[in-house]
Design a protein around this ligand. Structure first.
Ligand code: SAM
Length: 319
């Protein structure tokens, strides 16, 4: 499926819940935030129907995200059903890793092989501070177990936060000793905590402290990241920099939020209300037309998507 700027769109991200078991200060800053009422969240059957229709018009790859997908019951069964849909070529999961270790066997059996783990610090105290009390050890254990089990690639996502994790050395050490791909992400304006912003370009320049980084291809399905590695490194280091490095020209994705809104761009204020359509008895043909409508509204660049009021945070849209 091509959009009007000739980009191949074959990737759909599904945010299966807005619930999360962490309270990262830049993502869920308030302890009193309101979750969506359960009936506002799409059922797995609704997600599967959308996925099937999306496959029929050219989507081939899915990512499951949230909120924290592993807090939703039955996730492995849902992933198995997605894997079994005709045309699914690839599925990946984005998780904070807290509940991952205990779910690795069932996820593997369901057919999942690719995992992204959000991990903003390798210092237990700082990790606890950023996440509102999360246990770093849980995440480290999950990474080890995922590698042992054969999940590949295992990617680590770290949002760059000034004064918290912008000394990159622990992450460089992690990617040196293990086949993990650490990606540094610029803090996006979904967060009010913009005083913590560090540009990806600036962080990339800091790699020079550790030697001469070589541009690397990165793992399969690397999306918008630019990758580097040092000689002898088992993994790699990537940068996802929506602000300091334009990547919209290679965008290949659409998103469905937990409440069933189809967003043509992460930064979109406008969305197609698929939940309303699904629950009003729409036929598959009209659903396909709705997906195509979102595709045709995909902006060339994120700035063009940014007008108007933002309705959802990343917990609902899917980080
Ligand atoms: N719970 C899953 C996880 O932790 O990977 C799914 C995504 S959840 C919304 C949290 C992730 O979204 C963060 O770890 C980060 O990668 C991303 N995120 C949230 N707010 C962000 C922001 N303002 N800028 C950049 N990334 C953000």
């Amino acid at each position: 499926m091509k959009d009007k700027f000739d980009r191949q769109i074959d990737y759909l991200r599904l945010s299966v819940t807005d619930r999360c078991n962490l309270r990262c200060f830049y993502c869920s800053p308030s302890r009193n935030f309101v979750f969506l009422p359960p009936q506002e969240i799409l059922t797995y059957e609704e997600f599967l129907r959308l996925a099937r229709v999306a496959l029929e018009i050219g989507i081939t790859r899915f990512r499951i995200t949230g909120g924290e997908p592993l807090v939703r019951k039955g996730l492995a069964g849902f992933i198995r059903s997605l894997v079994e849909l005709k045309g699914t070529e690839d599925i990946a999961l984005t998780t904070n890793g807290i509940l991952l270790r205990d779910n690795l066997d069932s996820l593997w059996e369901a057919g999942l092989r690719r995992i992204n783990i959000s991990l903003d610090s390798l210092d237990p105290r700082v990790y606890g501070e950023i996440t509102g009390g999360g246990s770093l050890q849980n995440v480290l254990d999950a990474i080890e177990s995922a590698l042992e089990k054969g999940f590949s690639p295992v990617k680590i996502n770290a949002v760059l936060l000034k004064g918290k994790n912008d000394d990159l050395s622990p992450f460089v050490a992690l990617a040196t000793g293990r086949p993990v791909h650490v990606r540094f992400i610029e803090l996006m304006d979904f967060s009010p905590a913009q005083e913590y912003f560090v540009s990806g370009r600036e962080a990339m320049a800091r790699l020079a402290r550790f030697g001469k980084p070589e541009e690397a291809t990165g793992p399969e399905g690397s999306g918008p990241a630019r990758y580097f590695a040092f000689p002898g490194m088992k993994g790699s280091l990537g940068f996802i920099s929506p602000y300091s490095d334009h990547f919209c020209a290679t965008c290949n994705r659409l998103r469905i939020s937990a409440d069933g809104r189809l967003l043509p761009c992460l930064f979109s204020r406008w969305a197609v209300d698929l939940k309303k359509m699904l629950r009003s008895g729409i036929d598959d043909g009209s659903l396909k037309a709705a997906l195509r409508e979102a595709l045709s509204a995909k902006p060339r660049q994120r700035e063009e998507a940014a007008a108007g009021e933002r309705r959802n945070g990343l917990r609902t849209i899917g980080g």
